[in-house]
Design a protein around this ligand. Structure first.
Ligand code: HEC
Length: 240
């Protein structure tokens, strides 16, 4: 055995013998040991710098900050949206913003409503039948507040950005009339086509629709009562 390791060639043992078992004096190379010492010495500084020190030092924080900045940039041009019918129908038809809505849908909704909206645990969002929705703004309300005792969760706190809620609602509205693979059967009843709410009555409604921004329950429960009433009587006659 022609090895360059000096201690092995010389067969130096450590001198002890346990049940006849002896141990070679075969130390780790010096560079390896110093590398180990170096990692031990560096570790407290690493810990202090990245985990205890100032903000935005860890990769996670930098990622979160970048996302946040991106988010701000994303909505910088359009400002805070009002979740009314005009806005929803507008963004429903905008292919670029639809992609934003789709990404929010993909992140949060696919598990229950399917990748293409065909329905899994939750109902099919692509057909003409809806359980809780009569007009396009109702989508925002269902998503914000949830329905069926949380079977459909409330997203107002989980998706805190109001514009994100508008975008995902507009995306859901755009799913109507598409043909997903393996769609679930219809739930609820057929409703009239989405209307952009061209009447002053529904145009005013968004004022109460601002309520979710305050996030208080009483405000939120007042709003639907006010906006539901006119819709029930107006919708069938005004929509083609
Ligand atoms: C944990 C499962 C689950 C998740 C996640 C979920 N939903 Fe739902 N969703 C449901 C269920 C269940 C219903 C139907 C409730 C009922 O039967 O009354 C529903 C109903 C709805 C409705 C009303 C459909 C109708 O026919 O009235 C909309 C719109 C909707 N969900 C959108 C979304 C969006 C957008 C997301 C993602 C932000 C989402 N859901 C995430 C389970 C879910």
């Amino acid at each position: 055995m022609n090895t360059t390791n000096k201690s092995v060639t010389e067969n130096v043992t450590l001198g002890h013998s346990y049940d006849g078992i002896r141990e070679y004096d075969n130390p780790l190379p010096g560079w390896w040991k110093w590398l180990f010492v170096l990692t031990v010495v560096v570790s407290p500084f690493y810990l202090l710098y990245f985990h205890v020190g100032g903000p935005n030092r860890s990769v996670h924080e930098q990622f979160a900050a970048a996302l946040d900045a991106n988010q701000k940039k994303k909505y910088a041009d359009i400002g805070d949206l009002t979740p009314d019918a005009v806005t929803l129908v507008k963004y429903m038809k905008d292919p670029e913003w639809n992609e934003v809505g789709k990404s929010i849908y993909k992140m949060n909704c696919v598990s229950c409503h399917g990748a293409e909206g065909g329905g899994v645990i939750g109902p099919n969002l692509c057909d003409e039948n809806y359980k809780h929705i009569k007009k396009v703004e109702d989508i925002v309300k269902v998503i914000n507040e949830g329905v069926a005792g949380g079977a459909m969760p409330a997203w107002a706190t989980r998706i805190p950005n109001k514009n994100d809620i508008v975008m995902v609602s507009a995306y859901v509205a755009s799913l109507r009339g598409t043909s997903p693979a393996n769609p679930k059967g219809p739930d609820g009843s057929p409703i009239a086509a989405w209307s952009a709410g061209d009447t002053p009555a529904t145009g005013d409604a968004p004022a109460t629709g601002d309520a979710p921004a305050t996030g208080t329950d009483p405000a939120a429960s007042d709003a639907p009562a006010a906006s539901d009433a006119p819709a029930a009587s107006d919708a069938p006659t005004r929509t083609p």
